[in-house]
Write a protein that binds this ligand. Structure first.
Ligand code: PEP
Ligand code: MG
Length: 289
């Protein structure tokens, strides 16, 4: 019955062998918070911040962003809220920030590449996140489209700089990266030394490992996260993270696919983040695994 299923949604997800698995929500903004909590989210594994930048033809101010980040984090109490920095580019253009057209936007200046090329845009978001984190220590930062150690170091340097400007002594902010570019998989051991967590983005990882546009239905059989090459990329990422002692989660669509759950658990994945509506069934599948 309804009461029973609501109680089940809130209960933890523990495997038959006794492993406690974190089940988190992907959200796109404040409107998704209530449903995430009702569906039993143990926090937010991916907060896509693009909506703030796409909702109007002006860029969001630092204050506006700060309030959104703080309020969303407060709604989750002490549960973790993972804010992903702006992930736009040629494939997801911004009215408020016109960018030159690119011939291959998926291989172009998107995600962290765009942010590092436009530090004024990036610094505003980082400041908002640092200020929100000072009030809501459950906030953590996640960087999309990381391919190199140098990019991580540039982000960390910007954080230190913005922290100093804000008069905060030490950020204390956990910083993680998305693993969604093949270079990040191959270089995972070096990246693990630089960050607090990995989160595997199987939507882009599949596209880039298979060299197959995620939106092109003519090649749908290649855009498949069950392809052995993608599974091996995931396995390697989990292995490196677990050896290095950092947390590894998944926030791409595969995380919410219950046909994949058992395999992902056996690869050592311990955190899953998916759309709220998928969480109750995901928890149930974990309990039966
Ligand atoms: C991914 O690439 O798997 C992901 C979670 O990010 P997005 O779908 O927003 O690119
Ligand atoms: Mg992605």
């Amino acid at each position: 019955d309804i009461e029973n299923s609501a109680a089940n949604a809130q209960a933890p997800a523990i495997t038959k062998a006794g492993r406690a698995i974190s089940v988190l929500a992907n959200i796109g903004g404040p409107d998704d918070v209530a449903q995430a909590l009702a569906c039993g989210a143990e926090g937010v594994g991916l907060f896509r911040t693009e909506f703030l930048f796409q909702q109007s033809d002006a860029l969001p101010s630092e204050e506006e962003q700060y309030q959104v980040y703080r309020d969303i984090a407060a709604a989750f109490g002490d549960k973790p809220v993972t804010i992903r920095s702006l992930d736009v580019g040629g494939d997801k253009p911004l009215v408020a920030y016109p960018m030159p057209a690119e011939e291959n936007p998926f291989l172009g200046q998107r995600g962290v590449r765009l942010c590092l090329a436009h530090p004024e845009l990036f610094a505003t978001q980082l400041r908002a996140i640092l200020r929100a984190h000072a009030e809501q220590p459950n906030i953590q930062l996640m960087i999309p489209m990381i391919a190199t150690v140098d990019e991580v170091q540039q982000v960390k340097a910007l954080l230190v700089q913005q922290c100093a400007q804000l008069g905060l002594s030490d950020t204390g902010l956990a910083v993680g990266i998305m693993i969604e570019v093949p270079a990040a998989v191959f270089n995972a051991d070096a990246l693990a030394k630089e960050v607090d967590f990995f989160s595997i983005g199987t939507n882009d990882l599949t596209q880039y490992v298979m060299a197959a546009d995620r939106g092109n239905s003519a090649i749908a059989e290649l855009v498949d996260y069950f392809q052995p090459a993608v599974i091996r990329a995931i396995a390697h990422t989990c292995e490196v993270a677990n050896k290095a002692g950092i947390s590894v989660s998944m926030c791409g669509e595969m995380a919410g696919d219950t046909k994949a759950t058992e395999a992902l658990l056996s690869l050592g994945l311990s955190k899953f983040s998916a759309s709220a509506a998928l969480l109750p069934a995901l928890k149930e599948t974990i309990r039966l695994s």
